[in-house]
Every structure is written in C-alpha cells, then in structure tokens.
Design a protein around this ligand. Structure first.
Ligand SMILES: NC(=O)C1=CN([C@@H]2O[C@H](COP(=O)(O)OP(=O)(O)OC[C@H]3O[C@@H](n4cnc5c(N)ncnc54)[C@H](OP(=O)(O)O)[C@@H]3O)[C@@H](O)[C@H]2O)C=CC1
Ligand SMILES: CC(=O)C(=O)O
Ligand SMILES: [Mg+2]
Length: 598
C-alpha cells in the first residue's frame, strides 16, 4: 500500500505553507509515485505541458485526485489545473472560489432540519474535501462546534451504526492480539503526532457505546485541527473495541463493533499494553490522548503510562485544567482568593477528582499545605457525601474523605458546607434543582455554578435555570453550549466550560517542543493562560472563558506556554526556536487551497 513518509509529509506541509517551492517538493516526492496506485487518466498535450510546469508534479490525477480529500478542491480547481491534472470534463464548467464553496455548504447545512443531519452532511464533506471542511468550521466555529462536537457528536455516537458511511481511523479488537503494530501501520500516513484513543466505555455522559464511540476521537481530532491548527494528516483516531456491555448494542444488527461482552482483566490490560508499545514502534513519540475510558480503567491506565510514554487523559487532566481556568476567571468577578474557596462537587469521578487534584496544586502554590488544600474540596457521589466513615471508598476519593457526619442529600450538604462553588460532573441531568440554586444564591452574592456534564441532555442544569434561580447572579459555565439568556434586564452569555479550550493547545505545545511527557504543571499553566485570555468585557457579560471565535489565538497561547514549560522541565527533544510563538504559528495549518500551477 502507498504510504507517505515522515519526511515527505513534513515537506508537503512546508509546501502548503509556501516554505518550500514546488520544484523542491517534486524532487523529494518523485518516488512517492501516487500514480502507481491510481489509474492514470488520459491527458492532452497541452495538459502535459502545463503539468510539467506545475508546482506539484507528483499529484494524483483525474478522478483519483477528486477522491483524495486532502488534495481535492472540487469546483475550485482552475481551468489550468483541470487541464494539467486530467480533470477536464470531470467537473461542472464553472470555477468557484473557496468562499463561494463555503457559502454553498452553509446554505445546505442551514436548510437541514436536524442537527444529526447537519453532522452527517459535515462528515461527508470531511470525506470529500478537507480544506473546505476545515474552512467552514474555522469561520463558523460558534455555529458548528455544537454539530461536530458536543452535544451532536453524542447523538451521532448513539446512532453511529445507522449513520455510518465511510470508515475513519483504526479499529483494534482482541482478535488482533499480536498484530496491533501491523494494524497501526495500515494507516496511510507515517507521520502521526497525535492519537486520540477510546475504548468507548464512557462516551460523554452516555455510558458504554462500544465501538460506536469512534465519533469521539474523530471529533476531538477535528478540533485539534480547527483550534490549534494541527495538520489533519498528523493525527489518528483509534478505537479499541473491547466489546460492550450495552444490551441495546449487543442486539442491534447495525452496531459497528464486535457483539460480545466487554473484555476485562488480563486480556484487556495486555491489549492496552500492546497498543501502547505498538504506538512507540510505529509512530515513535506520538502523543496518546486517552479519551472517554470508564473510571475503573482511566485512573489506573494514566498512572501506569504517564511516566513511561507521552500521554495524558483528557477527561481527568484536560477537564481539570479548563475547570480551574473557569475558577480563576470567576474569582476575578467575586474578588475572592482561591485558597479561601470551598468547592462542592457533584460527581467524584475522572472529571471531579482530576479537577480536585489540580485545584489542590494551585492552592498549594498559594501557600496552603496539602491537607489544608484538600479540605477545601468536597465531593458528593452516587452514594452521598464523601466522608471519613464511609467504608466503600477507594483511590483518589480517600484523599477527600473528610471528618464530617453523613448528610441526607446534596442540598443539605450545601446548607452545611456553604460552598462558594458547586461543580456538576455527575453525568446526571437536572441535579441542580431550583432549591439547590436558590440555596447557593442565599449563601453567596455571586455563586459559582458549573454544570459540566455532557451532552446537553445530561447537564446538571441549564443556563436559564442557573440564572433564573439565582436572580441572575450565578457565574455559570456548562460542558455543552447554551444560548444567551435575557434575565433581570440583562443579556448574559453563558460560557462553555469544556476541555476543548485545553487539549488542542497542549497537544500543539507537546508536538512543537517534541516533549516526551505531559505533566500536571502543563495543565495548570494552560489553565492560567486560558483564564488570562478572558477580557474584562467578557466577564461583564457573564463569560468566564474566551469567546469561541478566539479559540485559535487561545490555543496558540496555550501551546506556546506548554512548549516553554517542556523546555524548562527538560522534556523537550526539539531544538528551541528563537521565537517559540512564531514557530508555533508557522506550524499551524490554515485551510486554504494551494495553487497547483504556478
Ligand atoms: N465539560 C467537560 O469538558 C467535560 C465534561 N465531562 C462530563 O462529566 C461527566 C462525568 O464524567 P467522568 O467524571 O469522566 O465520569 P465518571 O464515571 O468517572 O464519574 C461520574 C461520577 O458521578 C457520580 N454520580 C453518578 N450518579 C450520581 C448521582 N445520582 N449523584 C451524585 N453523583 C453521581 C459517580 O458516583 P460513583 O463514584 O459513586 O459511581 C461518579 O463519581 C460526564 O457527563 C462527562 O461528559 C467529562 C469530561 C470533560
Ligand atoms: C468533553 C469531554 O471530554 C467529555 O464530556 O467526556
Ligand atoms: Mg471526554
């Protein structure tokens, strides 16, 4: 099978950024020989002459070019390019600009009647023409992020078997034991820098969706390209299909995974180990992002591999970072200091405990002892308040088991503990009831209410509920987006408190510096950068995160700070550029068509 090597891919990216000319590229690419796997199309003499002078002599031609989404321009191929590349007659005669194509896409999208139809339409575009897909997304991020990401991606995973059209990414099952490296090697690009991997057991707050969870790594990686400009060819989505315990999927003829119960224990661990080792072998140095693993595996896999390979867990560390960023911003409104806050979490899983750990690090930085800092974080899980005399606790929960009597419910816990902030990470909808929100507003002038569970259907409360029951005083953020709310004569813009503000920038920073490990300090730094990007005017309108249209700038700032830290921590393996920020900017993929003919 034809493969692009690391060096070739770097060159293509440099060519796209016009850092090398077509001739150099052609010289290097002459052995790529894409045509060897593609049917050569007939071309005219004039075409051949033009082609000889084309900037990219090694392009595939004809229908094969139209079917190559990274190179395809569709109706935007110029007449000269059509001649030179064997496309004459294969396209409608009118040549469109990228902007006109964007308008066509938007018009079509907006006439679809449901978000899932919009998702299917956009994914089909991603399959046809990557430049156009990323252009549309980048220019319309506020409108389209909810389609390619939460909440619609959740719906897409629920219906994955039904809406499935074309495969994307690598699927690994237990049948593949012993040949995982071979499967990874089947991906058509050799230069993979970022892998998002899931086993589909905790897809958002929707539970075990098995192999149908593939929508999540695909969506996360699209956001890497949109938000941090990671070139799409540098990333790889992976699903480890370890079975599913979801009875609906086990009986669904359209389910995309193997229909057996989840593999646990030794075999599961061996598959993970083989995957991790195979990545080191096939894509050495690639960053592995664990995504939407169930709690029972997420913490232990992170513990096992974080000091061995370049990896992080987005749900634990990425979420912690964005939540701490939100807290930093909220404190600018309340005027409080971090070390004097009391946090009460609804949910003591990956997101909740990960956030607690990062808050504790930040509070230690403000002078508290470890014990004092942990005393500021309280948790309420499915069995009640986490207190010392509970006998069912294990792992990180034990760090937060404080000396306190058990209480009947979350509302009672609020009345007794009087927290400044409640943070919903339970995956349970509507748990922040009007009574709870009223209690928070009674205790605090500006109560901090984060309802972070995804998708929207799992949110602990809506933005409107948060504002309504606190007289418009809540400082609110949610995992999935909510529309602005007019309340008490003001229009408030609720923020999306989502790890999308963090992982793309962290990934870019790691990639740019060649960091060999991902550290908690990187996530705390990212939190400070994101919070620092929030303007006073944003705070005035209720926003505690930067507006989404600024996410590229924000991710670039995160990436620069993370790379800087990698150099400071001695984890970087690439020579340090004089101007790190400019270097990172130069790496960022810009979805624009290249002229194939000079
Ligand atoms: N906004 C964002 O960027 C992110 C949001 N999330 C969202 O956070 C949610 C949780 O994710 P994650 O932490 O990984 O999941 P986990 O499964 O690790 O944790 C869920 C926690 O919720 C608790 N819980 C369940 N039911 C209740 C209940 N009725 N009352 C109180 N607590 C309850 C569980 O209790 P027990 O421990 O007793 O089982 C557990 O502690 C998901 O909806 C996810 O989408 C996650 C990552 C990022
Ligand atoms: C956002 C995210 O990572 C989650 O909800 O799992
Ligand atoms: Mg996740």
């Amino acid at each position: 099978m034809y493969k692009i090597t690391h060096e070739q891919n770097e060159l293509i990216i440099r060519f796209e950024k016009e850092l090398v000319d077509g001739e150099t590229l052609s010289r290097f690419l002459n052995h790529i020989n894409l045509q060897s796997m593609l049917k050569k199309t007939a071309r005219s003499d004039a075409g051949d002459r033009l082609r000889a002078s084309s900037r990219l002599a090694a392009l595939p031609t004809g229908i094969s070019l139209l079917r190559e989404p990274t190179l395809n321009k569709g109706s935007a191929f110029t007449l000269e390019e059509r001649e030179a590349l064997g496309l004459s007659g294969l396209l409608p005669p009118r040549v469109h600009t990228l902007d006109e194509q964007v308008q066509r896409i938007l018009k079509n999208l907006r006439t679809q009647s449901t978000d899932i139809e919009r998702y299917v339409y956009l994914i089909a575009l991603q399959d046809r023409n990557k430049t156009l897909f990323y252009r549309v997304l980048l220019d319309n991020i506020e409108e389209l992020m909810p389609i390619v990401y939460t909440p619609t991606v959740g719906q897409a995973c629920l219906q994955f078997g039904q809406i499935f059209r074309r495969p994307r990414g690598i699927y690994i099952t237990a049948r593949d034991k012993g040949r995982v490296a071979e499967l990874l090697g089947n991906w058509p690009y050799n230069d993979i820098r970022i892998i998002v991997v899931t086993d589909g057991e905790r897809i958002l707050g929707l539970g075990d969706l098995g192999a149908d969870g593939m929508g999540i790594p695909v969506g996360k990686l699209a956001l890497y390209s949109v938000c941090a400009g990671i070139h799409p060819s540098l990333s790889l989505p992976v699903t480890l299909d370890m079975g599913t315990d979801n009875a609906r999927l086990l009986n669904d003829p359209l389910y995309t995974g193997l229909q057996h119960p989840r593999i646990r224990g030794e075999l599961y661990d061996e598959m993970i180990e083989e995957f991790i080792l195979a990545v080191q072998q096939v894509y050495p140095g690639a960053l592995i992002q664990f995504e939407d693993f169930a709690n029972r595996n997420a913490f232990r896999l992170l513990k096992q591999y974080r000091d061995q390979v370049c990896c992080f867990n987005d749900d634990i560390q990425g979420t912690a970072s964005v939540t701490v960023a939100g807290v930093f911003s909220a404190l600018r409104i309340t005027g409080g200091t971090l070390k004097n806050q009391r946090f009460l979490f609804l949910g003591a899983g990956e997101a909740g405990l990960g956030t607690g750990e990062l808050l504790v690090s930040a509070m230690i930085g403000e002078g508290l002892s470890l014990e004092e800092a942990r005393q500021r974080c309280w948790y309420f899980d499915s069995k009640g308040l986490i207190v010392k005399d509970r006998t069912d606790l294990s792992g990180h929960k034990l760090h937060y088991a404080h000396d306190h009597p058990q209480v009947a419910g979350f509302l009672e816990a609020i009345e007794l503990l009087k927290p400044q902030a409640i943070i919903g990470v339970s995956g349970q909808p509507k748990r922040f009831t009007p009574e709870i929100l009223e209690a928070m507003a009674r205790i605090n002038e500006r109560p901090i209410v984060f309802s972070l569970s995804n998708p929207t259907s799992k949110s602990e409360c809506t933005a409107e509920e948060a504002y309504t029951w606190t007289d418009g005083r809540a400082i609110f953020a949610s995992g999935s987006p909510f529309d602005p709310v007019v309340t008490h004569g003001r229009k408030l813009y609720p923020s999306q408190g989502n790890n999308v503000y963090i992982f793309p920038g962290v990934g870019m920073g790691v990639m740019a510096s060649g960091a060999v490990r991902v550290t908690d300090e990187m996530f705390l730094t990212a939190a400070r950068i994101v919070a620092g990007e929030v303007a006073e005017n944003d705070l005035h309108y209720g926003r505690i995160f930067p507006p989404l249209p600024r996410i590229r700038e924000v991710s670039q700032a995160v990436a620069t700070a993370v790379a800087e830290l990698a150099y400071k921590q001695g984890l970087a393996t690439r020579p340090r550029p004089d101007d790190l920020q400019a270097y990172i900017q130069s790496l960022m993929f810009e979805p624009l068509y290249q002229d194939y003919i000079e």
